[in-house]
Design a protein around this ligand. Sequence first.
Ligand SMILES: *[C@@H]1O[C@H](CO)[C@@H](O)[C@H](O)[C@H]1NC(C)=O
Ligand SMILES: *[C@@H]1O[C@H](CO)[C@@H](O)[C@H](O)[C@H]1NC(C)=O
Ligand SMILES: *[C@@H]1O[C@H](CO)[C@@H](O)[C@H](O)[C@H]1NC(C)=O
Length: 187
Amino acid sequence: MKFSNILVPLALASSVAAFPNWRDWHGAGPAWHGKGCLTQADADDIVAKFISILDHPDVDAANATAQALIGPDFFEKSDSINMLAGHPVGAVTFSGKAKYIQGVLLAPSITNITTYKTLVAGCTNVLWYWNMAGIGSKTIPVNGFNLFEITADKQIADMFVEFNNVGWGIDTGFTVFSRNGTKLPLA
Ligand SMILES: *[C@@H]1O[C@H](CO)[C@@H](O)[C@H](O)[C@H]1NC(C)=O
Ligand SMILES: *[C@@H]1O[C@H](CO)[C@@H](O)[C@H](O)[C@H]1NC(C)=O
Ligand SMILES: *[C@@H]1O[C@H](CO)[C@@H](O)[C@H](O)[C@H]1NC(C)=O
């Protein structure tokens, strides 16, 4: 497994789109008008469904969940992944609902995902602070954050993801050295 798990679909991303507009953080967009805000229960539900897609013990069930959860104009942006996958820094990392879902479902399961915190942020966003201990060689348990922007239909419009990519790289076969040539991790 060279470039395992969620990096697989990302490596297949064909083109680099322009930086998308960052929707208004502090209030609901027009489609949300009159629909209130996300609740903590909504946020917990979205994260639980997202984890079940990454894990996908039953691919058909995960597919049904993914079709319902992922919005039609889905994209993902992550310099942590861009650096590992060889995409330009600042690029949109992955774009397209159908391709994203296929990529995740056809890649190996990501097991042993732990949620540290799930927060509703700015009414229409969910911030998820996580650990993934089941990546590749499992040498480094990887901590990271996903910032999901959620549509008024409670789908994931897009997500911004940053994590310990040195650790993920080591788990998936990268060799990383410190300044004096000592192999990481140092501890
Ligand atoms: C998931 O569902 C879509 C839509 O029904 C289908 O095209 C796709 O092949 C399914 N993917 C997998 C991995 O089963
Ligand atoms: C899951 O990960 C935690 C570290 O985050 C580790 O302590 C535990 O042993 C792992 N469990 C399995 C089943 O791999
Ligand atoms: C290299 O640097 C690390 C700290 O960055 C230190 O722990 C290690 O002892 C150093 N090794 C040598 C051979 O100097």
